[in-house]
Ligand binder design. Structure first.
Ligand code: C2E
Ligand code: MG
Ligand code: MG
Length: 767
């Protein structure tokens, strides 16, 4: 036997709520079912027998059963049920049927009495009242039989509860006035979730629409068929997002710049295989044809089986960042003045190429214009800069993809040559450089050196050394006197020289540090006083006895010491040794014999040179009058005034000052008068000349008489021949030095020589 409840006007969902409720609360006998059907579903229902409606609830079998079942329903229903509960306050006695179940009280948070007293309108949220009231009115007027809506109720504490409400007419037997049934279900949780969902949807869509780029979800196919495209699409690509959706107008792949299509696709394959995130920069072409740099960041979405379901990500415009980066890179790699690549970039390229195998010939060619420095000093910095610019422009014409040009330092250019045929091709290229620069440099009367190093397996890795050797090679070319523009290839000889220099430098460092006291020693060359006919002094000449290289000439190691600033400590050791010898001479009774010490410009111009020297002199109890300092003329090019001041100071303290190698350097006799010096040492060049030209043609005699007029005494250097000595004596030269008198000697031999001279005067010159 089935219990059929016919309900009028309720939706299927409403009927199902009622049915479920009834099934839950009714104890049904075997075979009994409850069905909730639309009112019209059963045509032949005997409405006389089933003569009441709930709401239009029709069909409860018997009147007497009705109240018990209904009460059970009402009491135990897990939904709130109110019968004949009005929108306005009502007294309980006004309607016997008024019934509000416990769940209704629970959901609303109010007692039945309160509810009746307030009426439902007062506990309905104002925003929902209008809608509910409209339905209710229509229900009351009989226009509709039931309705449903979601609305908010206000609990006594002011909090809100969301309910799903079904309202329906309830015609009870014997009642003319229709009653009203209201079913409510607490849907706050669902509403909360819906709200959260809506909020998260909203924030997602806000986020996506505000993202500086285009968010997407697409198929993993070649076209990148878009399932979702955010609004940012338009700003990024110039196309509306709808145009891209499911490739409506065009596919995303169509927008990627042609040269990147394959790369992007491969990168997706690669990262998906490795299950890594996607991050790639490439260019797109927008609707207006403009190229844009974009950064795409995304990931694969996988099914449970590990299949790629979709790709999701975002594509952002990074053109501006790229532009800044390009600018930075440009500035980093270029010289601002000439616009050429700079040294940093050359180093980068060389290092990069060194990492690979040498498959082609490579070389670096340096164009050294160090002489432009002279132009800066003469005509000013800007003039020299303009010249460099002209040189750069001229050299640019020689560039091609095998010969790249760099401006490595102010006055230096480098060509990085690749893929050339042979050394001859390089030499021809260097000659072409020479020809190009000749016309510019000849007018300025300056020369330049072109140095070349071929790169091979053994030298390619140490880029620093490669560039240092290139500089040395070009310096050598600068110093070659053959032509104005010289070409020099780096070869074994030069390499040996560089290695040798490094070794000497190493030993000098040890000497300077005091860890080696034997390698550096002095020899003493006698100086003969012509008028007194005896040895009057010695010149101290430094020697380096290298452990590895043997005996090294001062002509080689002194310039190295000067270049590396080791000259100051090494020079100090030389002075000490010379003063020790002076002391030994004194101890041997030769207290009038003097010592000439060679002093470099670097030493002399060093602060406190005079002070330090005198400390040493005092310590060794030496007589300043027995010390002569030899300086070369070139020292006056550095700082004439200052040098002359220091010399004056030294001279006033009783030391003697000699100009060494006189006649070969800078000074002019005209200026000699102002110099704080005592002596001119005539260079060997003028002494050698005496044997080659007629005595009456030689100017050596004139130099001597000029020096005398200026109040200086004269020493002749490098006297090897009797005839030279005779000439010099005839022209009044005060002293002579040279192999004729004696070669540089060790201390003992020097003292021995003095002894010998004392006994017999071996040389006699007629005056
Ligand atoms: P210098 O000061 O002009 O020294 C004279 C050089 O000529 C010495 O060469 C000497 O051995 C050489 N000489 C002397 N008489 C003759 C001769 O008759 N014939 C020939 N062919 N040569 C002769 P050395 O010792 O090789 O020194 C070369 C240069 O090195 C010196 O030229 C000097 O400028 C520099 N030097 C030597 N010792 C020192 C030093 O302690 N300090 C500095 N700053 N320079 C030094
Ligand atoms: Mg000298
Ligand atoms: Mg000399």
């Amino acid at each position: 036997m089935g219990l059929k409840i016919l309900i009028e006007g309720a939706s299927e969902a409403d009927r199902s709520i009622i049915k479920n409720t009834l099934n839950e609360i009714c104890v049904l006998s075997e075979g009994e079912t409850i069905e909730v059907l639309p009112y019209d579903a059963i045509e032949d229902v005997d409405k006389g027998v089933y003569d009441f409606n709930i709401p239009n609830l029709v069909g409860l079998k018997k009147l007497n059963e009705r109240s018990s079942i209904l009460n059970a329903i009402i009491l135990q229903a897990p939904i709130g049920i109110a019968l004949s509960y009005n929108f306005e306050p009502a007294a309980p006695e006004s309607n016997a049927f008024i019934s509000i179940n416990p769940m209704f009280e629970k959901i609303t948070g109010r007692t039945k009495e309160d509810l009746l007293e307030l009426g439902w309108a007062k506990i309905t949220h104002p925003d929902d009242l209008e809608e509910d009231m409209a339905y209710y009115k229509r229900l009351q007027s009989g226009e509709i039989k039931s309705y449903s809506l979601e609305k908010r109720l206000i609990k006594p504490d002011g909090s809100i509860v969301w309910v799903y409400l079904v309202g329906a007419l309830l015609i009870l037997p014997g009642e003319q006035k229709p009653s009203y049934i209201c079913l409510i279900q607490d849907i706050s949780k669902r509403k909360e979730m819906e709200k959260e969902l809506a909020e998260s949807e909203r924030s997602k869509s806000v986020l996506l629409s505000h993202l500086p780029g285009m968010a997407y979800r697409c198929n993993f196919d070649r076209e990148r068929t878009m399932q979702f495209v955010s609004k940012g699409c338009h700003d990024l690509t110039g196309y509306d997002s709808e145009d891209l959706l499911f490739n409506k107008k065009l596919s995303y792949n169509d927008i990627i710049a042609p040269e990147y299509k394959e790369l992007v696709w491969e990168e997706w394959h690669r990262i998906l295989a490795a299950r890594q995130p996607f991050k790639y920069e490439y260019e797109i072409i927008t609707a207006s044809g403009e190229r844009k740099w974009v950064l795409e960041m995304g990931q694969g979405i996988f099914t449970e089986d590990g299949e790629v379901e979709a790709l999701e990500g975002i594509i952002m415009d990074i053109s501006e960042r790229r532009r800044i980066e390009d600018n930075l890179r440009y500035n980093n790699e270029h010289d601002a003045w000439t616009g050429l690549y700079n040294r940093r970039y050359l180093e980068q390229l060389l290092e990069q190429d060194a990492r690979g195998q040498l498959t082609e010939k490579r070389a670096i060619i340096s164009i050294n214009l160090s002489s432009v420095q002279i132009l800066s000093m003469t005509y000013g910095f800007h003039y020299a800069q303009e010249l460099i610019k002209r040189v750069a422009d001229a050299l640019k014409l020689l560039c091609n993809h095998n010969y790249i040009l760099f401006n490595t330092y102010e006055n230096r250019f480098v060509f990085y040559a690749k893929n050339y045929k042979d050394k001859e091709e390089l030499a021809a290229f260097c000659r072409a450089i020479g020809n190009t620069l000749e016309s510019i440099l000849v007018v300025e009367r300056i020369g330049c050196g072109i140095g070349v190093i071929e790169i091979n397996e053994s030298n390619k890795d140490d880029v620093g050394k490669l560039l240092k050797n290139l500089l040395i090679t070009s310096e050598k070319a600068v110093n070659m006197a053959e032509r104005d523009i010289n070409i020099c290839f780096f070869d074994e000889e030069l390499e040996t020289k560089i290695i040798r220099e490094a070794e000497i430098n190493h030993e000098l460092t040890q000497i300077a540090e005091g860890s080696d006291d034997n390698s550096l020693f002095l020899q003493f060359q006698p100086i003969f006083d012509v008028k007194q006919n005896q040895i009057c002094g010695f010149e101290a000449l430094a020697r380096l006895n290298s452990r590895k290289l043997g005996l090294i000439s001062p002509l080689e190691f002194i310039p190295i010491a000067e270049k590396t600033k080791l000259m100051v400590p090494v020079g100090e050791k030389i002075i000490q040794k010379a003063l020790q010898f002076l002391k030994r001479l004194k101890e041997n009774g030769y207290d009038t014999i003097s010592i000439a010490i060679n002093i470099s410009a670097i030493q002399l111009l060093r602060a406190n040179f005079t002070k330090n020297l005198f400390e040493m002199i005092t310590k060794m109890q030496a007589n300043p009058a027995n010390i002569c300092l030899e300086i070369t003329e070139s020292i006056f090019t550095s700082n004439y005034q200052e040098v002359n001041r220091i010399l004056g100071e030294l001279k006033s303290l009783g030391l003697r000052i000699a100009i060494d190698d006189f006649g070969t350097g800078y000074s002019s006799l005209a200026r000699e008068r102002e110099l704080n010096i005592n002596c001119l040492k005539i260079d060997k060049y003028f002494i050698d000349k005496l044997l080659l030209i007629k005595p009456e043609d030689a100017i050596t005699g004139d130099i001597i008489s000029m020096a005398h007029k200026l109040g200086h005494y004269v020493v002749a250097e490098g006297v090897e021949d009797e005839r030279q000595a005779e000439y010099l004596a005839r022209f009044g030269c005060d002293k002579i030095q040279g192999y004729l008198v004696g070669k540089p000697l060790n201390e003992d031999a020097a003292i021995e020589l003095l002894r010998k001279y004392k006994q017999e005067i071996i040389i006699e010159y007629g005056v």
